[in-house]
Design a protein around this ligand. Sequence first.
Ligand code: CUA
Length: 181
Amino acid sequence: MAARTEHEVLATELRWTIAVVASVALISLAILWAGLVHFINPPSNLETIDPTKVHLSPEFTEANLGTRVDEGGRVTTRIVTAQFAFIPPCVVVPADEPVTLRLVSPDVIHGVLVTGTNVNTMVVPGYVSQVHTVFQKTGDLLMPCHEYCGIGHSQMWSTVRVVPKAEFKPGPDGRALCEKP
Ligand code: CUA
């Protein structure tokens, strides 16, 4: 192969530099576009909780888990993810209404997604994971753990029951529970 002149080498380096800068600019624009125009952002809630006292915290006691509607009409679903179950194993939520999911783990890192929705987050011990969503389709949606968390990982899943707004009837205390299927 013939030796290249210094000018040819510099020209090649310049072409690659332009290609790299253009790629980085394109990717940066795509991230900004997704975040600012389509509001697709990674979960960024920074809220800590003592993982050894999850069940003793006022918010995540057994009696406060599942879906609750507060005085302002806001729907919040609280779930404890633990080796190897979701507590409660089924939650009911209304369709076509903003729902906030709040998840905590008392043991190891779990991952949560709700099939066919934008709900997808890690649940890291020590932090409260929070996801805002609007469920558009009614029916029983599968909510599996998608982060390997130990020997029972593949058995760790639960159900999100999306019911039409009119059929979503919380009790006098604001809580809504899954009826037996
Ligand atoms: Cu929990 Cu995998």
